[in-house]
Design a protein around this ligand. Sequence first.
Ligand SMILES: *[C@@H]1O[C@H](CO)[C@@H](O)[C@H](O)[C@H]1NC(C)=O
Ligand SMILES: *[C@@H]1O[C@H](CO)[C@@H](O)[C@H](O)[C@H]1NC(C)=O
Ligand SMILES: *[C@@H]1O[C@H](CO)[C@@H](O)[C@H](O)[C@H]1NC(C)=O
Length: 505
Amino acid sequence: MAMASWASHSFFLVVFCLVSLALTGIHAEESESKEFVLTLDRSNFSDTVSKHDFIVVEFYSPTCGHCKKLAPEYEKAASILSINDPPLVLAKVDAIEEVNKGLASEYGVQGYPTIKILRNGAKTVREYNGPREADGIVAYVKRQSGPASVEVKTVEDASSFTSDNKIVIVGVFPKFSGEEFENFTAVAEKLRSDYEFGHTMDAKLLPRGESSVTGPVIRLLKPFDELFVDFKDFHTDAVEKFIEDSSLPIVAEYNTDPNNQRFLIKIFNNPNAKAMLFLNFSEVGDAFRPKYHEVAEKYRSEGISFLMGDLETVKGAFQYFGIKEDQVPVIIIHTNDGKKYVKPSLKPEHIEDWVKEFKDGKLLPFIRSEPIPEQNNEPVKDVVADSLQDMFLNSGKNVLLEFYAPWCKHCKDLAPILDEVAVSYESDPDVMIAKIDATANDIPSDFEVKWFPTIYFKSKSGNFLLYDEDRSKERFVAFIEKNRDKTDKQADKPIDKQDSAKDEL
Ligand SMILES: *[C@@H]1O[C@H](CO)[C@@H](O)[C@H](O)[C@H]1NC(C)=O
Ligand SMILES: *[C@@H]1O[C@H](CO)[C@@H](O)[C@H](O)[C@H]1NC(C)=O
Ligand SMILES: *[C@@H]1O[C@H](CO)[C@@H](O)[C@H](O)[C@H]1NC(C)=O
């Protein structure tokens, strides 16, 4: 387990995995008849994709549940798209197959299934972010194969375009040329797998809002919050940022709605701090929503993304953050560098002050810690996050500290050995052997704990060393003797221990 497991991204994975589990359904059987999906591998991949102006490629793993569920839908979509004019091709690559692994990593495949849309003989590659059932795949792929932005000419165009409770971006232009139009089209091309784009010369066709708009203007329509937002800066970077920012809900909810997952993914991939409000929706949801929304609106352009989740949906989060369910309503701000700020027993009227204190740097980060043990009489001492400072960093001793995980086999094997080492130093007040459960305590980033056990040594004067030698009693003792700082008194003594240690080196 890496240090990164304490970062917010992995928190997302915790929540997201719960969600994925909830979504995993029945596995349908693949049909035995003619396959419309092309099977590709390393040997014929380049040849095939270079022949296509447009091809969709699924990288899958034969054992992944989501891939099995997708397979019959993908096949059905491929059969429908094969008689499209022009025919559109869906292909698949077994990304687990040894020969294809290079191919998969070339395409940045990290999970399964990953679906990519390759254009112009694979010169442009974009993510497939569309639906996972046949009709949805067909509609999405057809749209992706056409122009990035479609012209809206009639009321019917406009209503079919915007009907689906989705995010749509429409450019209103006096003419379909010029720099504004070109910039809009360039952004549409870039973001087309995530959003639908349209353009029109007639603002009256646009749903929602007045019709006095003459343009050029960009209107983003969304089925939540303020429903539409207009934008008039046509610099490509500004347009892109506008779309990414305004398409996220002011407050995103943790839930299992598949349409919501894209928001959560975007939020967890951006570098903002995440403010997360956890409470019992049915109990106090309504009391908190308006105030939280108001605070979110005020602070969301200041590097904080706002989320809220029902106690029921986010159970995993409590353990992850080391907080208790009886502390709800609780708000946590998790920063990109892994710090956590926690306010339990929150009241709606306190949200704003607390967020402001966070912004002003007035809050202390929360450290997850096991309780400091009342008894610590074993030869190997127990350290917890709250006692790390006193027992390790400022202990005034030479300390060997093991970071362990309760489930780790090597740690279990090591336990009796460390015990022996500790016993041999029991009469030496200058040396301490200790251990800390790195899964139950937050570990400061000064320690790099990439695997278990990870063992650090700190000499009395503060020299820090990572222990990476054999884990035998003799080696430990030799290491400690070599690196410990001795008091004058000890240096005067005939040093048996040190000599014998030297012999072993
Ligand atoms: C590519 O090669 C694989 C294995 O060699 C084969 O199963 C597959 O049908 C080939 N695909 C195409 C489109 O030729
Ligand atoms: C279009 O975008 C480019 C940057 O990509 C920018 O330099 C240019 O000023 C933009 N044009 C307009 C009219 O905003
Ligand atoms: C939320 O509150 C309701 C009403 O008080 C209660 O019945 C329910 O058990 C609570 N849910 C959880 C997960 O505690």
